[in-house]
Design a protein around this ligand. Structure first.
Ligand SMILES: *[C@@H]1O[C@H](CO)[C@@H](O)[C@H](O)[C@H]1NC(C)=O
Ligand SMILES: *[C@@H]1O[C@H](CO)[C@@H](O)[C@H](O)[C@H]1NC(C)=O
Length: 446
């Protein structure tokens, strides 16, 4: 019902604006990104992530860098100078308005890879079960609502580095359940197929298990991509010395996009030679680029710029070499040898480094009862960054049946089977029109 009303209103707005301004509409620099096989595509061409991680103030600051137009525009000028096409943001406030920063990013041809969690609204590594609850999911879904209609939203991270050693795979079923729930929410709300996946820590003991786990089982429970943070290339190094060639071999059959959500070892001076490898023919059949950690200098010492107390930005030693590297290394041409189709991975076998008890049969926790209403009604107003969810609400009380994550409210023509192909039902069409209309309005406002 709502969709029909929106459709009529949008059509009216469209024809009104079409007759008022018959002239050309500026084509977007950030056409929506979609997943095809193990690659991303945008505007019909293979898309490689070439970016930096953007977390001014570090995690402890709990700051939303996309809610402050003054500082985001200051930094977007540097992103343009660096020649990147993507930033990753780790924390946003789902009560704030992001239109101005998101529009400025889009105008600069820059996409956003966004974490839906914040320090106080996240899965608790030390005690995951209680933290997977309805209060938590309401916050996550409200963040999805706040960003889903931006065309330059590239992807959503369902979680970051929750599993960080050989003892924490017990958290993996919860991370996978959250991923399932976000994907279902996106479909139920009629948003376009925004890719959703996990950003894994660089854990040698179980990184591969984690990747195959997130891509095994029924389609509703599989991720749209997998990313990991990789600091194994420390200058001087090479494709083989770093171990990257082995990973390319190991992930050779992986059927969803794979990329580095963080890279940039600081054990030695950074010369960024890994950029050559990352966008070379050796790696493009398996990897789709990556993000340098990180833009601002924080306590950890990975920054490429320093933000001074007066708000000015100063380039650090690693900035110019990275800029030169991006200028030197072209975007790979053609399709990079991607795999257009591939099946689900096999679920990893239990081992000392992979213990997901009590979910050893690879079933997942069911969505918490109290969160089901958001699937039909939407999440409503989010909590922002105040308070917290880890000890709030009511956790999951049962085990899910396979297929429980399929869309439940959109027009269904075999929703489960069509999860990975473009949907042609009415809801995404309406969203497409909304995006088109707001782009037209956006252009005329400027
Ligand atoms: C990839 O798939 C091919 C064909 O099915 C198979 O021969 C090969 O062993 C697989 N490689 C890995 C690393 O799983
Ligand atoms: C986050 O949670 C901690 C611990 O419960 C609490 O002390 C802190 O006030 C919370 N932060 C905010 C911004 O509410």
């Amino acid at each position: 019902m709502k969709a029909v009303a929106a459709f009529v209103a949008v059509s009216a707005a469209l024809s009104a604006s079409a007759s008022a301004t018959p002239a050309k509409r500026q084509s977007s620099k950030t056409p929506a990104v979609e997943v095809r096989g193990n690659a991303f595509f945008a505007g019909g061409k293979r898309f490689y992530i070439r970016g930096v991680d953007y977390q001014p103030g570090a995690a402890s600051a709990q700051e939303d860098p996309l809610a402050n137009p003054e500082t985001c525009k200051r930094d977007i000028a540097k992103f343009t100078d660096l020649g990147i096409n993507t930033i990753r943001v780790y924390t946003v406030d789902n009560t704030k308005n992001h239109d101005e920063c998101m529009r400025a990013l889009a105008d600069a041809g820059i996409y956003l890879a966004l974490d839906v969690n914040s320090p106080n609204y996240s899965i608790n590594r030390a005690d995951p079960h209680p933290s997977y609850n309805d209060v938590y999911l309401q916050s996550v879904f409200a963040t999805v609502d706040a960003f889903a209609n931006y065309e330059n939203l590239l992807l959503l991270y369902s979680a970051n580095e929750v599993i960080n050693d050989e003892k924490t795979p017990v958290c993996a079923p919860y991370v996978k359940a959250v991923t399932r729930d976000i994907r279902q929410y996106i479909r139920n709300r009629g948003y376009r197929s925004i890719p959703v996946g996990y950003s894994a820590a660089d854990v040698d003991a179980n990184r591969y298990e984690m990747a195959t786990y997130m891509n095994c089982g029924t389609d509703d429970e599989r991720s749209d991509f997998f990313a990991f943070n990789d600091y194994s290339w420390c200058n001087p190094s090479s494709y083989t010395t770093s171990g990257w060639s082995k990973k390319v071999e190991q992930y050779g059959n992986y059927s969803i996009p794979l990329f580095l959500s963080e890279y940039g070892c600081i054990k030695t001076d950074r010369t960024w030679d890994e950029v050559n490898a990352l966008y070379s023919d050796d790696m493009t059949p398996v990897y789709s680029g990556g993000l340098v950690y990180e833009y601002t200098e924080e306590e950890a010492g990975y920054g490429i710029v320093q933000v001074n107390s007066d708000g000015t930005v100063e380039e650090l030693d690693d900035y110019q070499p990275l800029k030169e590297k991006f200028a030197e290394v072209p975007v790979p041409s053609g399709d990079g040898g991607y795999k257009p189709n591939g099946g689900a991975s096999e679920c990893p076998a239990a081992s000392a480094n992979w213990d997901i008890s009590p979910y050893t049969d690879n079933r997942l926790p069911a969505i918490p009862e109290g969160a089901k209403k958001y699937m039909t009604n939407g999440a409503g107003t989010g909590p922002g960054l105040q308070g917290g969810s880890q000890n709030a609400g009511t956790p999951s009380e049962s085990t899910a049946t396979a297929g429980s994550g399929q869309a439940t409210t959109t027009a269904s023509t075999g929703a489960g089977a069509s999860l990975r192909v473009p949907d042609f039902n009415a809801a995404p069409l309406v969203c497409g029109l909304v995006a088109l209309v707001s782009a037209a309005f956006g252009a005329s406002l400027l």
